[in-house]
Design a binder for this molecule. Sequence first.
Ligand code: HEC
Length: 119
Amino acid sequence: MRLTTKIVTVVTVAVAALALTGLATAKDKAPSGRELYKEYCKPCHTADSPNGEYTPMTLIQDQWTEFFTKNYERTHKNVVDPKHDNAKVLELITPDMLKKIQKFAVDHAADSEHPMTCG
Ligand code: HEC
């Protein structure tokens, strides 16, 4: 192998390795809809909660869509979350997080192919 070829090979391998590590880290950092639901919804909506028990399979898909598009803001605007330093729920959960949570709820609603609690 000529020296330049060797160098090119080494550099290519190093870049590929770095790219893979980067991907793995990014994936670790971005929680799934299920993890978000568990962390940001479930604590207030367990079986014995005065706020009502809600897991994805509590509602059907249309009800979840209606909840997220019409009722979420209204029903949670004055709610603060003791699990997260009493932050306001509407400020704590970003629009991106909410999108993932909505997808998880709809994908596992009572009338979905894979109804699920969030475990
Ligand atoms: C800090 C506590 C808290 C958190 C966190 C929380 N909720 Fe609620 N949730 C409430 C309260 C309080 C109500 C209103 C209960 C009532 O009016 O009887 C409510 C109501 C609801 C309702 C019923 C709404 C309706 O139309 O009656 C649903 C569904 C719901 N929450 C789902 C969720 C989801 C999904 C999340 C996560 C994105 C979430 N909640 C996060 C406290 C919380």
